[in-house]
Structures are given as C-alpha cells and as structure tokens.
Write a protein that binds this ligand. Structure first.
Ligand SMILES: *Cc1c(COP(=O)(O)O)cnc(C)c1O
Length: 359
C-alpha cells in the first residue's frame, strides 16, 4: 500500500458533484474574470474571518507584494521576515526594492516571536511580516504590541493558516493587512492559483484594489501605475463552495494529526503542538536522523516532503553570511508526513508503525 504525500483528487471526491455543477454553471454564465461571483467570495471570506475588506488577487505572493506596494515600502526600508519560511516572503521584499532582515526562530516552535524581532528593529524598519507557519498562529498580541511601540506596520502571511485563531479572533485580522493564498494544496485551495489581501484599513483596501487592477478606478481612468492580479471567476466560485467545508476539513486534519500525535508520543522526535487555536496545514516532525527516516519511508512506499530544506539566508538567491542556528537546525531536521482530508486512518496507523520501526 503506497501512501501519497497529498492526493487532491481524493480530497475533492466529497464534493465532486458540487464542483461539476458549479463549473458548468460558470461556463454557461459566460463571465470568466470578475463579476458577481468574485465579489460574493470576497464578501463571504471577509465575513468568515471577521474582517472588513477582502481584495482577491492572482496568488498569495501577489497579495504580499500588493500590500507592500500599497504601504509604499521601497528602497532604504527594512522588512523583518522569518528566515525559516517559504521563499515568497523574501522575494516580495526585494521586488519592491526594500531589504529583508531575517529573524531566527525562538527556542520553541517554528514562528518568529517578539523577542527575536525586537533586537533587529532600527530606524529603517518599516514592516514585520508574521508568517503563521504550518497553521500555528504567531503570538500576534505580543507582535502588535512591539510594532505599535516602534511605529512599525505588520503584515500577516496566512497562506498556511486559513481558519486558525487566537481566542476566537481569526488570524489575518490582527495586523494592518494580511495575505492569503488559495494555491490548490492550501487548507482552502482553488483549482488553480488564487490569493487575497484582507484588511480592516479602508485606505489600504482602496489602494490595493487600484494597484491590482491596472491602477484603474473606473474603466480607462488610471490613477496610478498598477498591474494585473486577479482571481478568476471560476476559482471564486470553487472557493465559495469550498469555504463552506473549510471548518469541517480543518477538523478532519486535526483528527488525523491527533492520531499521529498519540501514535508517536514517546518517540525520539520533536512533534508539533496540538491545540484548538491552530489548524494543521502540514504535520511536521523533527528528527536528527531526518534524511535516513525519509529514505526509509520512501522505500516503504510512503511519500514525505521537506518544508523547507534551507533557511532563506542559505538559499543561493538570498544568501547572506549570517548564522541563524535555530532556523538552520529546523531546515536540516524537519520532515512533513502526509496529512490531508481524505487520508485514511489505516494509512496513518501504517505510517506510525513504519516511523516506529525505523526509530
Ligand atoms: C503558499 C505560500 C505563499 C505563496 O502563495 P502562492 O499563492 O503560491 O503565491 C506565501 N507564503 C507562504 C507561507 C506559503 O505557504
């Protein structure tokens, strides 16, 4: 029995009929970019999060970049980002002409913390990018407190954390603005690329809408130099449908995660934390024998992945000579094991058995 790392086909079986119906409807309606379905999804997603504005766009990376542009971040400015994250965070900062400053991880967990951020703040620091990695919320009250003290803005990267919350308040509603990705593998994923900015700030919202639509306020009235970053109508329709199932799918992910946690609890591994505040985007374990464990599982037909094999400051394009020990350690020991709605209990049991056999 081979176990895939992720099988979206299987995950979509639950809603195959609904997906077919809505796809056919969109084709028949004949409106393929923009229109009422896009507006409807934006309203539904903002309501789900408890935010004032949702501005859909082409993907999660665009969402981050649009926020930086709207905040007028550019040359001479510094943006503090985690070193242990997906490459988008560094990419967008450099694309707007600013400088990414890498924060190391604290002693526990995979998110940056106020303590690790504070020493990096200087007169040029304009933004902190808080990434809720793997679905675990950053300590947003502490980060917001720090940001206010130094008059810095905060962007939340919620690409892995749709539905996560802190005492009931959804992530994506703490910072000045937040970015979501609807890449197919995310907890809320389209059948293609998609993204959104979420904010309670009216001015930022207006600016982002303008930037994402060629700087047009109304057709042929270009107030600023913009770009084209849009969510397709079909993707918006799919996302409206899938949003209704998000909480249930997050619960299913948590159940599978708890089965892993129970099965692996006394193993020589660092296991993720489980609580009702987080969502499980990935189930990541840390092992000093990561590469051999990955190889063992692969030989048994079990697919795993590494998020991420290098800290950003170790990647060729972003290389710096800093030494960020916790981020580097995480990159050398982290392993993601299969976790997706539709993964079977028997598959989780089999995986637990194989991990235990290896250890
Ligand atoms: C997926 C992801 C992104 C980028 O989203 P895209 O839609 O692929 O551009 C950004 N940040 C994090 C943490 C991600 O996981």
């Amino acid at each position: 029995m081979n176990i895939p790392f992720l099988e979206l086909k299987r995950h979509h079986q639950d809603i195959q009929n609904e997906l077919n119906a809505v796809t056919q409807k969109v084709v028949e309606e004949g409106w393929y970019v923009g229109g009422p379905r896009v507006k409807q999804f934006e309203e539904e997603f903002a309501a789900y999060l408890g935010a004032r504005h949702c501005i859909s766009c082409g993907n999660g990376t665009d969402a981050l970049e649009l926020v930086l542009e709207a905040m007028e971040i550019g040359p001479g400015d510094e943006v503090i980002i985690p070193s242990f994250t997906w490459v988008s965070n560094a990419e967008v900062v450099i694309r707007v002409g600013a400088k990414p400053v890498f924060a190391d991880l604290p002693a526990h967990g995979y998110n940056i913390s106020a303590e690790m951020i504070e020493p990096l703040i200087n007169i040029n620091t304009k933004v902190i990018m808080a990434v809720h990695l793997y679905g675990v919320p950053c300590d947003m009250p502490a980060i917001m407190h720090l940001a206010k003290k130094h008059d810095i803005k905060v962007i939340e990267d919620c690409a892995q954390a749709h539905g996560a919350h802190i005492e009931g308040q959804k992530v994506g509603t703490f910072g000045n603005a937040s970015a979501f990705s609807f890449y197919p593998t995310k907890n809320l994923g389209a059948l293609g690329d998609g993204g959104a900015v979420v904010t309670n700030d009216n001015t930022l919202s207006d600016k982002i809408r303008l930037l994402a639509d060629h700087g047009q306020q109304v057709r042929d009235k270009h107030l600023t130099v913009g770009r084209n970053s849009r969510l397709d109508t079909l993707q918006a329709a799919v996302l409206s449908l899938k949003l209704k199932h998000l909480d249930q799918w997050n619960a299913e992910r948590a159940q599978l995660a708890n089965q892993y946690l129970e099965g692996l609890k006394d193993c020589d591994l660092i296991l993720p934390t489980s609580n009702e505040s987080r969502v499980f985007h990935l189930f990541t374990i840390m092992s000093s024998r990561r590469d051999a464990l990955k190889e063992h599982l692969s030989e048994k037909g079990i697919a795993t992945a590494i998020h991420y094999p290098k800290a950003i400051h170790q990647i060729e394009a972003y290389h710096s000579n800093e030494h960020l020990p916790s981020a580097e350690k995480a990159a050398s020991q982290i392993l993601s094991i299969p976790l997706f709605p539709g993964l079977r209990k028997e598959e989780v049991s089999r995986l637990v058995e194989e991990v235990r056999r290896f250890l």
